[in-house]
Design a protein around this ligand. Structure first.
Ligand code: TGC
Ligand code: FAD
Length: 392
């Protein structure tokens, strides 16, 4: 088993912009990851299973609902703290960060923002500790980039709603206790409903065969005449803007998380390049390898600056959805390119599980697709700067 020797890289003294609390939160997350996750992550990835015993620990480091108010069990932290936790989790594995993102931004966020007080008190405290796990059902087999076309629907039956349809590619679905499900009412308006495991007609088959994000469980959500109590509808927002609002928060977390994956690849490649001797000298001394390493730290530094500024805007409530799209797209693309370059620096060692590079690279193929594809985010920027909609 490889010892986790990771250390952060801060070429532009970004730490000067952080508070002591920020640094403590980051160190706490890093120490927990090194002690509890790094020793088992390769095995979890090989087994294709999320290690569920980690859920409690994620809750303890503030990884479930970092910015949700303390009165609901959240950590009550700012957006920079949230980002730093995502960075440390994804530094280890994108699947680990995914579990946290889904629970925090796609389950707790909508219950907090769109739910009533009763729903908040019923679900949020248990979600914050990891005692309860949630998933988020937006994507359908025929509606991925275009969620507005969804066909999952519910009918008002007087004393309950009757839910029918199917969701696909749902992170955490196989073991989630609850699902925040987006479905159309009889007039075609989209609403969020909390569906609980055990409701008759609700099943969550596991999706197998993934070569990416293997340490995260992915499944379907099937609804066959599921009777959902009326009190499980999230009352305070409807329309496509409701699920997209959750995505803003999750995409912001991914922008930070992707920097973590890139930092890990850079850190491993830099160390390896100084130790690996070919032609009687460390490969770090060859210009071609220096070009790769120098470009990596340049791109990481640019992403750190972009993302920190986005965090400030989020703290002030000023970040736009398009700004978040730009950061998600840029940072995931940056990370996947760095993973590919790092793999080359390690030569043959780059493809085996003694090092994390290939795992990061495969994971990032999911990250560049979910929460809006690379192309979708480009089109969001295009629409924002030109006013012309190139989606349809
Ligand atoms: P469009 O007509 O543009 O918008 C419909 C309504 O939504 C509003 N809106 C937003 N509101 C909040 N936040 C945003 N980011 C928003 N973007 C749009 C918009 O103002 C409008 O409101 P209203 O009141 O006028 O009705 O919608 P469209 O149908 O043209 O679609 C636009 C598009 C393509 C950008 C959007 O649908 C999209 O982002 N597609 C990508 C789908 C996606 O990201 N799915 C993610 C599924 S969840 C997931 O992947 C979890 S992965 C696990 C993990 O995170 O680890
Ligand atoms: P499609 O929408 O079919 O896109 C295929 C290609 O067409 C892409 O390259 C896309 O960019 C391009 N394209 C589509 N529309 C346009 C256009 N207008 N112009 C130009 N190009 C276009 N979803 C959830 O709801 N909850 C989850 O928890 C969740 N977890 C996931 C976990 C994993 C591991 C993965 C892989 C996905 C997950 N998703 C989840 C689904 C994810 O959000 C979708 O895969 C994603 O939104 C893309 O949808 P799609 O796969 O159907 O691709």
């Amino acid at each position: 088993m490889r010892t986790d020797l990771y250390q952060g890289h801060d070429y532009y003294n970004m730490d000067d912009l952080l508070s002591e609390e920020h640094k403590l939160i980051r160190e706490t997350a890093r120490a927990w990851v090194k002690q509890e996750v790094s020793p088992i992550i390769e095995k979890a990835f090989e087994d294709g299973k999320f290690p569920r015993h980690l859920l409690k620990g994620i809750g303890e480091i503030g990884g479930f609902g970092p910015y949700i108010p303390v009165e609901y069990g959240g950590a009550g932290l700012d957006q920079i703290s949230y980002g730093l936790i995502m960075q440390e989790l994804e530094r280890c594995d994108s699947g680990l960060r995914s579990t946290s993102s889904v629970q925090s931004s796609l389950v707790m966020y909508p219950i907090w923002k769109y739910g009533n007080e009763e729903q908040r008190m019923k679900y949020l405290p248990k979600l914050a500790t990891g005692e309860m796990i949630g998933c988020f059902g937006l994507t359908e087999p025929d509606h991925g980039s275009n969620p507005g076309g969804m066909t999952t629907n519910f009918k008002d039956m007087g004393d309950h709603y009757l839910l029918n349809g199917a969701k696909m590619w749902i992170s955490n679905a196989p073991f989630a206790d609850i699902a925040v499900v987006w479905a159309k009412d009889e007039s075609g308006r989209i609403h969020g409903l909390v569906v609980e495991r055990g409701m008759e007609g609700f099943s969550t088959p596991t999706m197998g065969g993934k070569w990416s994000l293997r340490a995260s469980d992915t499944g379907e959500l099937i609804f066959e005449d599921v009777k959902v109590p009326k009190e499980n509808l999230l009352p305070n927002k409807s329309g496509l803007g409701a699920p997209l609002g959750c995505l803003d928060s999750a995409r912001y977390g991914i922008a930070w998380g992707a920097i973590g994956a890139a930092l890990d690849c850079y850190d491993v490649a830099l160390r390896y390049s100084k130790e690996r001797i070919q032609f009687d000298r460390p490969i770090a001394g060859f210009q071609l390898q220096q070009k790769k390493l120098a470009e990596m730290i340049t791109e990481i530094t640019k992403a750190q600056l972009l993302t920190f500024r986005l965090g400030q805007l989020r703290n002030e409530g000023k970040a736009t959805s398009a700004q978040i799209s730009m950061a998600k797209r840029n940072n995931v693309d940056m990370a996947i390119n760095i993973a590919r370059e790092a793999r080359q620096i390690l030569g043959g060692m780059g493809i085996i599980n003694e090092y994390p590079i290939m795992r990061h690279m495969m994971n990032l193929e999911s990250v560049i697709t979910y929460e809006g594809t690379h192309d979708v985010h480009l089109l969001i920027t295009g629409l924002d700067i030109t006013g012309e909609n190139a989606f349809k």
